[in-house]
Design a protein around this ligand. Structure first.
Ligand SMILES: *Cc1c(COP(=O)(O)O)cnc(C)c1O
Length: 404
């Protein structure tokens, strides 16, 4: 008789977005005349930029003729895209990353989930709390997290680094030494960032204790302040301790197109084994490459036209962020985020829990957001709104919240 991977059975149900869906459906059924504005799920809404659409069309036409047809892509990615990323995302910013350290994939969610399998199951992970759930859940599936405490909502073998108003939503170096540290800045869900000097402390710490940092840079394009690093490789010594995850989803609207990359410097070693060689082996064995058409679209992100159009697209969302941030502030809420990230993180008023505020907002403003407690115990008492809606809906939502 076969047996299942019973690590999966240890996973507590992640009911966050399904519970939100059910509550909204129930409210809509009872109040069919009400129009709901959704500022909950972190998905983009604006169409692909014209430069990207043109590249997609051209690539599709190439597939229609034998002379220009493309079959399997190289499993580590096409040179044209790896070169464009190495140059634009790293070398032009003074960071020492070469094209053969860039592994193209179909997105940062898969990579952030898969990367743990090149590490021993004995390694201890450290995560921010609240956190993007993928980091923890994929380590649960691998059997790396110990036992779950349903009351505390924590795993016995995970080091949690609370990020709350008390520390300005920036994690502190953990007391217990981790082997793998997950960091994501600008952060989902809190919208917070850390300065280059703060990130340098993490790089120095990781090099000192022999830990590896998995740095999720999915929201890099939303950074507006000068002292916030766009990549961990701006920090000295990051080549020997950091893996970086990149995504085209939020900077270029590729959530439905699918493209990402993982950067592994060749200097990142355990003894004389490079993590680069292990990830290359994994990619080669388990992955057949992101589609040619999509990689051509990715290349267009780095064209002059693509860059100009995408900075307008990011500015559109960040204007929404400003509307939400300022509107909530004017209405008396305690808010953070929204300056270098498309997420606004607000303190629920009075002693309301995250879910109580969810219901209150749904019923009184017909606005849907995301309860902070869904991202971890330290998210309790907070609430996330996203800037990914349309401008019109964003303005209308804030008007309604102000009237509550
Ligand atoms: C949206 C998001 C990603 C991007 O995932 P893709 O698979 O590239 O769409 C990665 N990390 C975080 C924290 C995110 O919020």
């Amino acid at each position: 008789m076969f047996k299942v991977n019973d690590n999966y059975l240890k996973l507590p149900g992640s009911y966050l977005f399904s519970t939100i869906g059910k509550k909204v459906a129930a409210y809509t059924a009872a109040n069919p005349d009400k129009s709901i504005i959704r500022l909950g799920i972190g998905d983009v809404t604006q169409p692909l930029a014209p430069a990207i659409i043109d590249a997609l069309h051209d690539a599709v036409d190439e597939m229609a003729a034998a002379e220009t047809f493309h079959g399997y892509a190289p499993d580590l990615g096409y040179e044209f895209l790896r070169n464009a990323m190495a140059k634009n995302d790293y070398q032009d910013k003074g960071c020492d990353i070469s094209a053969d350290e860039v592994f193209i994939s179909d997105g940062a969610k898969c990579d952030s989930g898969n990367i743990q399998e090149i590490f021993s199951v004995d390694n201890k992970i450290a995560v921010c709390d609240p956190v993007y759930p993928v980091y923890v859940d994929t380590n649960v599936m691998a059997g790396r997290t110990g036992t779950y405490d349903p009351l505390k909502e924590t795993w016995s073998d995970v080091i949690y680094m609370p990020c709350t108003a008390d520390n300005n939503f920036a994690p502190e170096l953990p007391k217990e030494t981790p082997d793998i540290i997950y960091l994501c800045f600008p952060n989902n869900p809190t919208g917070s960032t850390i300065t280059k000097a703060q990130l340098q402390e993490w790089v120095d710490y990781a090099n000192k204790v022999g830990a590896v940092i998995i740095y999720d840079a999915a929201y890099e394009a939303y950074i507006s302040e000068a002292d916030v690093p766009h990549t961990i490789y701006e920090c000295e010594g990051a080549r020997t301790c950091a893996i970086e995850l990149r995504s085209f989803s939020k900077n270029a609207g590729f959530t439905g197109v699918r493209l990402g990359a993982t950067i592994i410097p060749k200097d990142l070693k355990c003894g004389d084994v490079t993590l680069h060689s292990l990830w290359a082996r994994r990619h080669g064995t388990k992955y057949n490459g992101a589609p040619y058409i999509v990689q051509k679209a990715g290349e267009a992100v780095y064209s002059d036209a693509g860059k100009a159009q995408l900075s307008e697209q990011v500015a559109y969302y960040m204007n929404n962020a400003k509307v939400i941030y300022q509107g909530l502030k004017d209405a008396g809420y305690t808010v953070s985020g929204g300056v270098n990230a498309p997420y606004i993180w607000l303190k629920t008023p009075g002693s309301m829990t995250s879910w109580e505020f969810f219901d209150y907002l749904l019923e009184n403003a017909n606005v849907v957001g995301t309860p902070g407690s869904g991202f971890g115990p330290s998210g309790e008492g907070y609430f996330r709104l996203t800037a990914f809606g349309s401008y019109e809906n964003t303005v209308a939502a804030i008007e309604r919240i102000k009237k509550m």
